[in-house]
Design a protein around this ligand. Structure first.
Ligand SMILES: Nc1ncnc2c1ncn2[C@@H]1O[C@H](COP(=O)(O)OP(=O)(O)OP(=O)(O)O)[C@@H](O)[C@H]1O
Length: 326
């Protein structure tokens, strides 16, 4: 049995798990994960070409609308989906070869429903030389997971927390998490974020996590990677996002053709107003009457998503223009 069969295969009754290319620097020595020119087609969906660097020692939040390609990218990083082209590097090796140094939580629970948290820990511990039973029991206590209850009888939130405990008990170097806080109540979510913070005390530890809970990103993400329609729309720090982009709102009649052309994901209202994302360097194209503000992340993601879904296709952004990748 392969470790990935244990941590990724669904139990008998579990559901099946299912821009512009950013000219990032060559694989950075301090990258925990790098993707270069990665593409993958599945059905009508095309991922990439993706160029993504997840720097070591930082928390990177991976966001984008439903169906944007987050899970597909994560599965590619984990070696569960093969790219059609490109190179994926995880902790200096091809995907799937450093599993003992990775902690993984996927968006579907991969444990047999008849297992208990303790029996799941027993099975999974065999794959990890560094497994720490005391740490596992501590996490179960901390997350208030009943250790002897069958997985099928745990609540959704308890199952998510169990997955996290199992991912952390061998003290991995790299955590890759697909929506780790989904299904958690606010208190449990903050508990989980605290555990991430503790994990990040070690300077070599790295977290990549996808989420739709944007407030989690405000709390712990050092960097953001935004994906829309299979392409990277933005990669950089939250500060870089605020410095590089702005939301603009105003009267449609005041829009010059150049100003209109600078809008990313413009939305026009029947009452004659517009809003859209712009690059801050285009601010002067708009009249003083326009309201120009720092973008909230959800507004920016929505604008990139509208832009990606527009007939022009890929996100019109130069998120990773040289000098912006910070
Ligand atoms: N096995 C498959 N065969 C064909 N298409 C697939 C397959 N798996 C996923 N897709 C499609 O690939 C696209 C990307 O899916 P993915 O799960 O990566 O998105 P996501 O960003 O994780 O979405 P969500 O936020 O809803 O979880 C979707 O359009 C999805 O329908």
């Amino acid at each position: 049995m392969d470790l990935r069969d244990v941590v990724t295969s669904p139990g008998p009754t579990a559901p099946s798990p299912v821009g512009v290319p950013s000219p990032l620097p060559a694989r950075a020595a301090d990258a925990a994960i790098s993707l270069e020119g990665v593409t993958r087609r599945q059905g009508s969906f095309a991922l990439g070409p993706l160029d993504v660097v997840v720097p070591r020692g930082l928390v990177t939040g991976f966001v984008g609308p439903n169906g944007a390609g987050k899970t597909t990218t994560i599965r590619t990083i984990l070696g569960m989906a093969s790219p059609d082209a490109g190179v994926v590097d995880v902790l200096g090796a091809p995907p799937g070869t450093r599993q003992d140094r990775l902690g993984v939580v996927l968006d579907t629970l991969a444990l047999a429903p008849g297992w208990t948290p303790l029996s799941a820990a027993h099975v999974i511990s065999r794959f990890y030389p560094a497994w720490n039973d005391a740490r596992m029991r501590d996490l179960l206590r901390r997350f208030e997971i009943p250790a002897g209850t069958r997985v099928s009888d745990l609540s959704r939130g308890q199952r998510v927390k169990l997955s996290l405990a199992l991912a952390l008990a061998h003290d991995p170097e790299l955590l890759v998490l697909d929506e780790p806080t989904s299904g958690l109540d606010p208190v449990a979510r903050l508990d989980v974020l605290d555990v991430f913070r503790e994990f990040m005390v070690a300077p070599t530890h790295t977290v990549l996590f996808s989420t739709h809970v944007l407030s989690d990103l405000d709390r712990i993400a050092d960097r953001l990677v935004v994906i829309c329609s299979g392409r990277i729309a933005f990669a950089g720090t939250p500060d870089a996002l605020a410095e590089t982009y702005a939301m603009v709102r105003g009267a449609r009649d005041d829009l010059t053709p150049r100003a209109a052309a600078s809008l990313i994901g413009a939305r026009l209202s029947p009452s004659g107003t517009f809003e859209g994302l712009i690059r801050t360097c285009d601010t002067a194209l708009f009249p003083p009457s326009a309201l120009i503000e720092s973008p909230a992340l959800d507004e920016a993601v929505a604008a990139w998503a509208r832009n990606a879904d527009s007939p022009a296709g890929a996100p019109r952004t130069a998120a990773a223009r040289p000098g912006e990748e910070r």
